[in-house]
Design a protein around this ligand. Structure first.
Ligand SMILES: Cc1cc2nc3c(=O)[nH]c(=O)nc-3n(C[C@H](O)[C@H](O)[C@H](O)COP(=O)(O)OP(=O)(O)OC[C@H]3O[C@@H](n4cnc5c(N)ncnc54)[C@H](O)[C@@H]3O)c2cc1C
Length: 412
């Protein structure tokens, strides 16, 4: 089989690798450099404990309140655009418990398998030295939220995630990096973290070794009309390519590319920021989630990465300094970062979000020649390796290792 992958982010690279391992001839077309999209500077969490759909009952009511707050962790940009309004309506409908729970179970399963695959990659490849499985601590500042978490955690525990309840004293004792007020936390021992760009680079090296060809600075600008018996022709800024099958893995840009392929791929960009800072003192032992502030903390060995905010903005790439400051302030109130921490890197990325909060992995509606691997929202890094396996199994007719139903490519 001969496959053209559009998009060289962590998802496209994972799919390319798994297809090549199964004997396919694979070319990846990447507009920029491999891994320079949303996969570049994300929080680097590999955390089954946090792998739930964005559309969830807890967000539903908060999102309305947050719309009016310029410093809220979630922002919905008001826009008069029919596609956008349709996305928002579908998002609200998907936030029901009956939709959320099966989605969460499927995502946790994909993430657990992926974390094991990342761990195996780190064990065989010393270049992936940032991988550490030290768990994640979700820290609470308000007793009511801490009490409510017990119920929310039941679901992910049913999916096989281990969780420990830590009192405030235990949090301070076991994670001395927390210097702000806390009422306690939940510790998820099986979670891991890494440097996200390092992860994509190492995976891309494996894919190259398996025979995948990467063409960088190749922006796809047109695709020939469907013609079942002939290969499709794809025009890019680096020349024209043809292939029997096309795999669309273009993250937040999948919506526009989907239109080129005569498909509705309702993926909306949700912007978030990450900041790279010098190490904290004390430096966290493990990943920390400042849960009420929605700030993710990843303790690299040589730096501290903090990340947060989710702005539903489509492809608006501007930086909202006010929201960036909120992330930094939130981290400073709980960790010792010094009086004026130097921001070594400020990065923003667009999470590819579907309205039901579930990735799209599988055959496009009514097509044998176009496949989709996109819409991984806040969980692309943590679910990419198993997404690649599932996609490659479906494309090559193998029995899938994961239930493909929740991820079906033809559900929109
Ligand atoms: C602040 C923040 C924190 C996050 N933290 C985490 C985390 O801790 N763990 C986690 O699992 N996920 C996290 N995420 C989400 C994660 O980053 C994404 O889910 C993931 O990177 C999506 O990967 P992707 O390959 O689908 O998309 P991308 O990495 O964006 O790749 C898509 C690629 O397609 C290319 N492309 C677009 N258009 C074209 C075209 N016309 N022609 C050719 N190529 C094209 C782009 O250049 C890009 O490289 C976070 C995201 C953000 C913003």
């Amino acid at each position: 089989m001969d496959v053209l992958v559009i998009g060289g982010g962590v998802v496209g690279v994972s799919c390319a690798l798994e297809l090549a391992k199964r004997g396919a001839s694979v070319t990846v077309l990447e507009r920029d450099l491999v891994g320079h999209g949303c996969s570049f500077g994300n929080a680097g969490w590999l955390t089954p404990s946090q792998a739930v759909p964005l559309a969830n009952p807890a967000m539903l009511f908060k999102s309305f309140r947050w719309m009016l707050d310029p410093e809220s962790p979630l922002y919905i940009q008001p826009r008069l655009d029919l596609g956008y309004l349709r996305w928002l309506i579908e998002f609200l409908l998907s936030s029901r418990k009956s939709k959320f729970e099966p989605g969460a179970m499927a995502l946790v399963q994909l993430c657990t398998a992926s974390t094991n695959m990342w761990e195996a990659l780190a064990a065989r490849n010393p270049a992936f030295s940032s991988f550490e499985r030290r768990g994640l601590l979700a820290v609470y500042e308000h007793a009511r939220n801490f009490a409510a978490a017990a119920k929310a955690n039941e679901l992910i525990m049913r999916a096989g995630v281990s969780a420990e309840h830590w009192s405030a004293e235990e949090v301070r004792h076991r994670e001395p990096a927390i210097i702000g007020p806390t009422v306690g936390g939940y510790y998820f021992p099986d979670d891991a973290h890494c440097k996200p760009y390092e992860a994509v680079q190492v995976l891309a090296d494996e894919a190259r070794a398996a025979g995948v060809r990467f063409v960088e600075r190749a922006e796809v600008i047109a695709v020939s009309a469907p013609h079942r018996s002939e290969p499709r022709s794809v025009t890019s800024t680096a020349g024209t390519f043809s292939a029997e099958r096309i795999l669309l893995a273009a993250g937040a840009w999948s919506d526009d590319l989907g239109r080129m392929l005569d498909l509705r791929v309702p993926v909306l960009g949700a912007k978030g920021y990450s900041l790279l800072l010098p190490k904290a003192d004390p430096h966290p032992v493990r990943s920390i989630y400042l849960i009420e502030r929605k700030v993710a903390v990843n303790p690299h060995k040589d730096a501290l990465r903090i990340a947060g905010t989710l702005e539903l903005v489509k492809n608006d790439f501007s930086i909202n300094q006010r929201r960036v400051d909120v992330i930094l302030r939130g981290a400073k109130s709980m960790l010792n970062l010094g009086d004026a921490p130097v921001v070594q890197e400020l990065w923003r990325g667009l999470r590819p979000c579907t309205p039901d909060g579930m990735p799209v992995i599988g055959r496009a509606k009514g097509r044998g020649d176009v496949w989709l691997a996109t819409g991984h929202q806040m969980a692309g890094l943590k679910t990419a390796p198993a997404s690649g396996v599932l996609l490659a199994q479906l494309m090559t007719g193998e029995t899938p290792s994961f239930d493909p139903q929740p991820f079906r490519g033809d559900r929109f």
